[in-house]
Each structure stands twice: as structure tokens, then as C-alpha cells.
Design a protein around this ligand. Structure first.
Ligand SMILES: NC(=O)c1ccc[n+]([C@@H]2O[C@H](COP(=O)([O-])OP(=O)(O)OC[C@H]3O[C@@H](n4cnc5c(N)ncnc54)[C@H](OP(=O)(O)O)[C@@H]3O)[C@@H](O)[C@H]2O)c1
Length: 229
């Protein structure tokens, strides 16, 4: 499939790299290609600057948000939560029409320092705001509950026996994401469909617990939860 990943951070890199490795024609979107490649800040995941990462992943073409959205049959929103609506506007509403939009973002507000708070919760979620702003996109919330490194390598933890969630209004879109991307692609074994896009509230409101677990757990970001009965 042709996939346009919006975002050049740890998540955009992890997803683009893995999707390309799986054989998908993948393009990664940024605001401005030249300034993104000129960036000198190394990512926290050890993947270096974007230019260094791009050099190691020649199969992933770095393009603008708009070009990535035009190209992709499936779009991934891996942009900073506070900027996601703006990034998707830059991608172009018309370029999202009818397309599956996998939203992995979290509405984290770092303006009052660490730990971040949620910029919205309880009665809405970033995924719902995205679905409302882009009604023709088929938004599927997923992967936001684990760190970037776990998203594409669930087998690295407890043999993959832990839980990933999906939520969204479009059943067909959810089935496609669950089967083609999560299960067959990344190797997730336990995927729970939580229902329509309103279930993204819980997925995003899990973040304070995720942050507490990371700080208390001693395992860094390499952990996940399993739903057991
Ligand atoms: N890091 C994780 O392990 C993790 C795990 C789960 C979910 N998430 C969520 O996934 C998303 C991506 O996280 P990340 O850590 O990879 O990177 P990030 O630093 O949160 O986001 C980087 C991306 O956001 C874009 N961006 C920033 N400000 C913007 C603005 N004003 N307008 C338009 N675009 C803007 C950047 O564009 P440029 O390329 O132009 O700079 C870049 O592509 C976030 O919503 C995060 O909460 C992260």
C-alpha cells in the first residue's frame, strides 16, 4: 500500500521505517523538507538527526505534509498533539477524503513543564476533534498507548502477549488497520476494538497512568499493559 506518515519524530521514524521494511511505499511528511533535513537535534531514541535517519532509510522519501497526504492511500498522524489539527490542515482536507487516517497522537500539553497534562479530555479527545474537523477522513485511533519502539515490535515485550486498542467510527477502516497493519504487519496478537471514536477518550486519558508507570517502573518506556480476564 502507499502510506503517508505525517511526522518526523520518534514515532514518524519508527512507523515509516517499519512500514517501508514491510514493503509498503512509504513517504514521510514534514512542514519544510529543507529545514527538517538541516536540523541538528538528535532524537531521544538514538536514531540521530533526521538527515542521519533519512540517509539510513533511502526507501522512505521525505516530503511535505501535503505531498505525503496526496501520496498515501493510508495516512498516519504522528505529529505533536498540540499541532496535529494544524498539521492536518497543512496536509489538505481534500487529500484526506475517504482515506484511512491512523491517529497515534496524544494531546499532551507541556506548557506547565513535566509531567505534561492533557489539553483535552473527558468529554472529547484529540481523535474526535480530528474526526470532527475532517469528517471525510476515516479516523482510526491506535498505537498511542505505547512508546514508539513498542508500536512496531510488540514481540520485544513478553512475547507480544499484551494489548493494543483501536477505536473509530468506520468499521471497515478499523478492520483494515487491525489486520493489515497491527496484526500482519507489526505482529500485535491481542487487539481490542473499543468501539466508536469516542473510545479514544480513554485511550488518550491512559497517558497520565502511562507516564506514572514509566517514571515508577524502572523499565523506561519499554512496557505495556495486558487486558486479562
Ligand atoms: N514518542 C513516543 O514514544 C510516542 C508514543 C505514543 C504516542 N506519541 C504521540 O505521537 C505523536 C508524535 O510524537 P513524536 O515523539 O514522534 O514527535 P513530536 O515531537 O511530538 O512531533 C513531531 C512532529 O510534529 C510536527 N509539529 C510540531 N509542531 C508543529 C506545528 N506547529 N505545526 C505543524 N507540525 C508540527 C513536527 O513537524 P516537523 O517535521 O515539521 O518538525 C514533527 O513532524 C505525538 O502526538 C505524541 O504524543 C508519541
Amino acid at each position: 500500500m502507499r502510506i503517508g506518515v505525517l511526522g518526523t519524530g520518534m514515532v514518524g521514524r519508527a512507523l515509516s521505517g517499519k512500514l517501508a521494511e514491510l514493503g509498503h511505499d512509504t513517504r514521510m511528511g514534514t512542514r519544510d523538507v529543507a529545514s527538517a533535513l538541516a536540523g541538528t537535534e538528535a532524537a531521544r531514541d538514538g536514531s540521530g538527526t533526521l538527515a542521519q535517519w533519512a540517509e539510513r532509510h533511502p526507501q522512505v522519501q521525505l516530503v511535505t505534509f501535503q505531498e505525503a497526504a496526496v501520496y498515501g492511500e493510508i495516512i498516519v498522524n504522528a505529529t505533536a498533539g498540540a499541532a496535529s489539527l494544524e498539521a492536518l490542515r497543512m496536509a489538505g482536507e481534500e487529500n484526506l477524503h475517504g482515506k484511512v487516517l491512523i491517529d497515534v497522537s496524544n494531546p499532551l500539553d507541556f506548557s506547565r513543564g513535566m509531567p505534561p497534562t492533557l489539553a483535552m479530555c473527558n468529554t472529547t479527545s484529540l481523535a474526535e476533534e480530528i474526526q470532527g474537523a475532517f469528517p471525510e477522513a476515516r479516523v482510526v485511533k491506535s498505537l498511542n498507548t505505547v512508546s514508539a519502539a513498542v508500536m512496531t515490535a510488540p514481540e520485544a515485550l513478553a512475547g507480544g502477549g499484551h494489548t493494543m486498542f483501536v477505536a473509530g467510527n468506520d468499521q471497515e477502516a478499523k478492520v483494515l488497520v487491525e489486520k493489515a497493519i497491527l496484526r500482519d504487519g507489526f505482529g500485535w496478537k491481542d487487539v481490542k476494538d473499543l468501539g466508536d471514536i469516542r473510545a479514544a477518550r480513554g485511550m488518550e486519558m491512559y497517558l497520565p497512568l502511562w507516564l506514572s508507570l514509566m517514571m515508577a517502573g524502572g523499565a523506561g518506556p519499554m512496557f505495556n499493559i495486558a487486558v486479562v480476564t
